[in-house]
Design a protein. Structure first.
Length: 348
């Protein structure tokens, strides 16, 4: 309904405005009554005929033959041909209407001169009308496609995020369970920390992106929880650029990568290992680097065991939010450490 209202508003105002301006000028000039009536008739016809032709002929042909659904490059010749035909028709209609109004039955040289002028003017006007018509529908179609794509992306992001909380809870509960029998006092502390982490994660999970510092605080709480279980087997190091706080990142992204580092790296080593989180900002880009003890081989951090979906989840979320602007890379360093690098642009 809104689309039709917009079309008719532009159609009426666009064609009526020139006629109104011409009528005002004609009245201001104060010509003789007969001459004024002729000029007024011509002003009205020069707006009325294009109004009718553009709507009932050009528009109907475009819709009937589905030209809006075809690549414009393939139908340019047909559109140009249509414009030339309706311009000839309009020019002849102008001139014959003038003859009838002036009660003249003779076609003379002035008829053809005026016809040529009307043909050129109406051709130009129809080119503008057709360009605006196609441009509007192209932008509307493109906007509709973008909205549809955004809705699909949002659904995929929500689905990916919904996978993370159960995954995180399962891992965290395993950590607490390991303390219940042997270290009940530590288990109580761990449960308290876990409840705080879950409360924070549930709040942040509703957002598309969150402040880096908020995500880092959750990671610190999680690593503090894991430190209770691993004790001296887990060494943690932070090297955070203060400017990182100005960046936004997907919620639970850093948390998921650190979980992977613990589960598939440090926890599989008898002597444990290190987790180092580093952030560097440069040229409006946030570079995150997670270093953990272990080895990453062909998508698996421990031979014979699958690494879960944490990495694939992270890659997909980065792609959905940032497109090709984000980067993700994971590799081994000296066969002792696994390096996970994430590049996130600012302001997307």
């Amino acid at each position: 309904m809104r689309k039709k209202r917009l079309y008719w508003t532009l159609q009426i105002v666009g064609w009526a405005l020139p006629a109104i301006i011409n009528l005002i000028f004609i009245s201001a000039l104060g010509e003789r009554p007969e001459q004024m009536r002729t000029q007024q008739f011509e002003a009205v016809m020069q707006s009325l005929i294009p109004f009718l032709v553009s709507h009932f002929i050009i528009r109907n042909i475009i819709i009937k033959y589905g030209w809006l659904k075809v690549d414009l490059g393939k139908i340019v010749s047909r559109v140009v041909g249509l414009i030339l035909i309706v311009a000839v028709f309009s020019g002849l209609l102008y001139q014959f209407s003038y003859l009838v109004f002036r009660n003249e039955g003779v076609i003379n040289s002035e008829f053809f001169v005026q016809f040529t002028f009307d043909f050129l003017v109406t051709s130009f006007l129809y080119v503008i009308w057709t360009t605006v018509y196609f441009l509007y529908h192209y932008l509307e179609s493109n906007n509709r496609s973008l909205k549809y794509e955004a809705a699909i992306n949002e659904m995929q992001l929500n689905q990916l995020k919904s996978q993370l909380n159960p995954h995180f809870i399962f891992n965290a509960l395993n950590s607490v369970r390991a303390l219940v029998d042997d270290e009940p006092a530590k288990a109580k502390i761990a449960i308290t920390q876990l409840s705080n982490i879950l409360r924070t994660s549930l709040i942040m999970d509703k957002k598309r992106v969150i402040n880096f510092n908020d995500e880092l605080n959750t990671v610190r709480a999680y690593l503090a929880l894991e430190s209770i279980r691993f004790e001296e087997r887990l060494k943690i190091k932070y090297n955070i650029d203060p400017r990182s706080n100005h960046f936004q990142i997907p919620p639970m992204m850093l948390q998921t990568l650190v979980e992977n580092a613990i589960k598939h790296g440090v926890s599989n080593l008898v002597d444990g290992g290190i987790i180092e989180i580093k952030s560097i900002t440069e040229n409006s880009v946030l570079n995150l680097r997670i270093k953990n003890s272990g080895q990453y081989v062909h998508g698996v951090k421990k031979p014979g065991k699958k690494g879960g979906y944490g990495i694939s989840n992270t890659k997909e979320r980065l792609k959905l939010i940032y497109g090709s602007e984000a980067r993700f890379n994971i590799y081994n360093e000296n066969d002792k450490f696994v390096i996970t690098e994430v590049r996130i642009p600012q302001g997307i």
